[in-house]
Design a protein around this ligand. Structure first.
Ligand SMILES: NC(=O)c1ccc[n+]([C@@H]2O[C@H](COP(=O)([O-])OP(=O)(O)OC[C@H]3O[C@@H](n4cnc5c(N)ncnc54)[C@H](OP(=O)(O)O)[C@@H]3O)[C@@H](O)[C@H]2O)c1
Length: 196
């Protein structure tokens, strides 16, 4: 398949790129500053231009999405808006603009905070929950195209940075998270939230 991978140069994106390439897919990599194509997916006009530039693809895999982490009392409305822009509306734009260009599926990224609260995680929880609700809602209207979310806990490989925020929670290796993308892209399910 020809797959557009957004956030391809990051921790998660690199792991997804590796497994999709191993499985002989033709992967077009996207980020703001690296990869085959440079676009900022928080700007819907750039998302439209991204699809015009990339041409027809079979699947989109999103591994980008920035959300601020701060203690509840320090989170401003601007922080929540940044989380919604960075993780929710960017991925919504990938689906809205992609419907005319993507033949088979969309796989979006969310995260454990949609179901398990942690201190400093309110903006991220809000964003992740919104993405998961969007995926379930979009799935019943975009058929025959499919849409799923991947909702991992903290990555084993990110424990040095984020480990202290997830006390007692079992991390997940990136290789397992990448397999959830394979399941979404190569399988036939839609409207699912995969917890690798
Ligand atoms: N880290 C964890 O333990 C963990 C756990 C669960 C879920 N997640 C979620 O997984 C996703 C990826 O996390 P990560 O740790 O892999 O992040 P990361 O290492 O910071 O990588 C982010 C990737 O997305 C690209 N990117 C960022 N903003 C972009 C934009 N506006 N437009 C286009 N590309 C953009 C970055 O490249 P450029 O900077 O060049 O744009 C980079 O390729 C996030 O949504 C995160 O919330 C992470």
């Amino acid at each position: 398949m020809r797959i557009l991978l957004v956030g391809a140069t990051g921790l998660l994106g690199t792991a997804v790129h590796e497994v999709l390439t191993e499985r002989k897919h033709d992967v077009v990599t996207v980020s703001r500053t690296g990869g085959d194509l440079q676009f900022d997916v928080t700007d819907p006009a750039q998302v439209a231009e991204l699809y015009r530039t990339a041409g027809r693809v079979d699947a989109v895999a999103s591994a980008a999405g920035h959300v601020p982490f701060k203690p509840f009392g320090e989170l401003t409305i601007a922080d929540y808006q940044a989380g919604v822009t960075g993780k929710v509306l960017s991925q919504v734009a990938l689906v809205r603009e992609g419907l005319a260009h993507v033949t088979e599926s969309f796989t979006l990224i969310t995260g454990v905070l949609a179901r398990e609260p942690i201190v400093t995680g309110a903006a991220a929880a809000l964003a992740n929950g919104a993405v998961e609700a969007f995926v379930r809602a979009a799935a019943i209207e975009i058929a025959p195209q499919r849409i799923n979310a991947v909702s991992p806990t903290v990555f084993t490989e990110a424990l040095d940075v984020y480990g202290d925020y997830f006390p007692g929670m079992r991390p997940v290796p990136l290789a397992d998270v990448a397999q959830a993308y394979v399941r979404s892209i190569e399988g036939r399910q839609t409207g699912q939230v995969y917890v690798p």
